[in-house]
Ligand binder design. Structure first.
Ligand SMILES: Nc1ncnc2c1ncn2[C@@H]1O[C@H](COP(=O)(O)OP(=O)(O)OP(=O)(O)O)[C@@H](O)[C@H]1O
Ligand SMILES: Nc1ncnc2c1ncn2[C@@H]1O[C@H](COP(=O)(O)OP(=O)(O)OP(=O)(O)O)[C@@H](O)[C@H]1O
Ligand SMILES: [Mg+2]
Ligand SMILES: [Mg+2]
Lengths: 258, 258
């Protein structure tokens, strides 16, 4: 089961959601593979602050068609990570027009899934995208069984959500299917009327595609990257941990996560 | 005086800062030109929710080398706006390798400044960038006299700030100068120790390049786009308005804004 965590709007909680949904899943005994598809490598930096070399990152999938099993590294208590690298910024210009480049990640993940050993094997794959709809994010959308769209609880983010809906609709002829999607309200501050307003407008626009679970604005979530951890490891009883646990339950119960 | 409001990290307050610094300047009698260089057009959407056609946007500077004076529209109480359009997403792939494309915006703004009429004339030009270091943001950096780098008061944003510093250093040979820069802490929450930690780390890293003024987390700032306004017009006595007014004072006093 592969989920692209995508929103071209910046700073809405994509990286945070990929990390903490993986952590929630791992705590339920599901093996997780995290794929960092952002040249800024924030997810990778939470695992290892210095990062890896370009040829040990997913950049080499594009540069050398390197098998993903050679790029997978262990993420203790979470599962696996395929790290990013700053060189990924060149993928659009160097390889953007290459043959079937748009399916490169999908092919790589399919091959990884057929391997007979344990490395990189996962029940759930979460792909963290950058805030730009280029070759990398398109790779994620084409490889995904579903798209999880974090939307921070503010007006500019709401406008971004409407843009994504149009993008997914425009991609349907090429994807040859309607991609299952869930919109997840993040940074939800119950003391602000704006938060409720945004949730209401999202439900009006996208109905059952909007998660009932919202992720609360919670300082534990923002602090955990500083100590190289997910929110469960950093503050297991925090509101943020509870919300991501509730999110996993909802996504499983509603069938979005098989 | 042209300022690129840039940070490849998403959601740090670039658009918010471009808008509200322009509003603070306008209230001091300075004429402002806002340039929206983000395909997601958030700044433009605050002016007009439906946006303009591609050929009336800055996309046509790249597609047809259209004179900027033909694209400038009035922004009551603020000054002028050159709007963006979703088509800008194609600039990297369509025109990225064109001759001298990197100076297209600079040339356009130089030409605009020589015009004898009032339209588009400004004391201060603020260029709102998208969270991606491609042809558009490079155009902004090459056109700018200085770079204003909003950094939200959290750890992942701090890491982004370090990346920008390396980027600006790497561009120095090409830019042929060291670009004056200011780092601006945004979404600063005084109740969180994290905010102070981030500010302290930023000052250790970047010293006098870090603004003393910080922009407080303030719901008025987040609400103003919903009503098509800047924070001064929406809530003149709010903390957000006060902070952006203080920011303008500091940038002028320190000589960053000539
Ligand atoms: N629920 C929350 N409560 C508090 N802080 C949060 C929450 N969600 C995210 N943050 C913080 O907000 C910042 C932005 O989140 P994050 O980096 O995950 O967004 P993103 O969409 O991945 O950004 P980008 O577009 O730059 O990749 C981070 O510092 C993160 O720690
Ligand atoms: N000081 C603040 N207090 C409260 N909300 C804020 C503040 N600064 C920004 N915001 C809100 O945070 C969200 C992100 O800000 P903004 O869109 O300006 O960032 P950005 O860097 O331009 O994002 P992008 O990378 O997507 O272009 C917006 O909804 C904005 O209204
Ligand atoms: Mg991210
Ligand atoms: Mg913006």
């Amino acid at each position: 089961m592969r989920i692209a965590v995508f929103n071209q709007k910046g700073g809405v909680g994509k990286t945070t959601t990929a990390l903490n949904l993986a952590a929630a899943s791992a705590r339920h005994g599901k093996r997780c593979l995290l794929v960092d598809l952002d040249p800024q490598s924030h997810l990778s930096s939470i695992h290892t602050i210095e990062g890896v070399e370009a040829r040990a990152s997913i950049f080499s999938l594009y540069q050398h068609n390197r098998p993903l099993v050679e790029l997978v590294i262990e993420w203790p208590t979470l599962g696996w990570l395929i790290p990013a690298h700053a060189e990924l910024i060149k993928v659009d210009s160097l390889f953007g027009k290459g043959p079937n480049i748009i399916n490169r990640l999908k092919a790589g993940l399919n091959e990884l899934a057929t391997a007979t050993h344990d490395k990189g094997q996962s029940d759930i794959t979460l792909i963290d995208c950058c805030p730009f709809l280029g070759v990398l994010s398109l790779n994620a959308l084409f490889a995904a069984d579903g798209v999880l769209i974090p939307v921070s609880s503010d007006h500019l983010s709401l406008r971004g959500a409407q843009q994504i809906n149009r993008t997914l609709t425009a991609l349907e002829p090429v994807l040859k299917r309607r991609v299952p999607r869930r919109y997840l309200l993040t940074r939800y501050d119950r003391r602000r009327r704006m938060s409720q307003d945004i949730l209401t407008q999202m439900q009006t626009l996208f109905g059952a595609d909007v998660c009932t679970t919202v992720i609360s604005e919670n300082v534990a979530i923002a602090e955990s990257p500083a100590v190289g951890r997910d929110v469960f490891a950093h503050a297991a009883s925090s509101r943020g941990a509870q919300d991501y646990a509730a999110l996993l339950d909802e996504l499983v119960m509603s069938g979005f996560i098989a």
